[in-house]
Design a protein around this ligand. Structure first.
Ligand code: BTN
Length: 239
């Protein structure tokens, strides 16, 4: 397992596609020039102030339909680390990390599948560490420093996270899938609370988040029935 530290990179997720990186390797960049976020968005992070890195996993023991377990392991590892820094966090489905109603970390996971199994998973992490002001277009951001009023050593945060990723991956590898799913559910942002949700057609409704299915589908109760939504089929409305 190796950790490569780059002064600048277009995107560590793109770097991590290079087959020379193998299971457990990580690529950390001081600065990304074309950082990528979810849904085709860009990821903006001020050079040297935050943690931007990608981790390579080769989860060949997992069938492709079970890939959401990896998202759960990643989100829980981030919760483990942030708690060690005294920050209370929740997982905003599918895998943003929130402190209160603000996003402290984004995750971009890319899977590669061979013969129905996962051959390679690139876990891209953008964790806001010491940045205290953000561009206006970024929705409700926060950082570890804004939350704790402490400046952190970015590589020390990385080392803690690297250990927590390894522990959560081994939990999954060693048969802990069900436990992971339970813990993920227990950590969900807005679990069992009534809030407003938006649908792709622009309509809104009041629903209660009840959980997540093994394939990652979100279960929301509305008007006495349980409805299931996949990624991009529902949005949280956050003021
Ligand atoms: C999101 O939109 O919430 C996901 C953000 C993921 C950003 C990280 S930064 C390191 C890695 N490299 C990228 O280009 N993106 C991910």
């Amino acid at each position: 397992m190796s950790v490569t530290i780059l002064k600048t990179s277009p995107s560590t997720n793109t770097e991590a596609k290079n087959p020379r990186f193998r299971h457990g390797d990580a690529i950390v960049a001081f600065e990304q020039t074309e950082g990528r976020g979810q849904r085709g968005n860009r990821w903006s992070s001020r050079a040297g102030e935050n943690l931007t890195f990608s981790l390579v996993w080769e989860p060949t023991f997992l069938d492709a339909p079970k890939q959401f377990l990896l998202s759960e392991a990643v989100a829980l590892a981030l919760c483990d680390t942030l708690e060690k820094y005294g920050i209370a966090v929740a997982i905003k489905w599918p895998n943003d990390i929130y402190a209160g109603d603000r996003k402290v970390c984004g995750i971009l996971i890319e899977h590669f599948i061979s013969e129905g199994r996962l051959s390679r998973t690139i876990v891209g992490i953008g964790l806001n560490v010491n940045q205290t002001s953000f561009e206006e277009w970024i929705p409700n951001p926060t950082s570890m420093k804004l939350l704790t009023e402490r400046e952190e050593d970015i590589m020390a945060v990385f080392n803690t996270l690297y250990g927590d990723f390894d522990r959560r991956y081994r939990q999954l590898l060693e048969g802990g899938a069900e436990r992971l799913q339970q813990e993920y559910r227990g950590r969900l942002y807005r679990l069992d609370e009534a809030h407003t949700y938006a649908l792709p057609d622009g309509s809104r409704f009041e629903g209660i988040l009840r959980g997540v299915e093994p394939d990652g589908g979100l279960i929301v109760e509305h008007g006495g029935t349980l409805d299931r939504y996949m990624f991009k089929e529902i949005e949280f409305v956050i003021n």
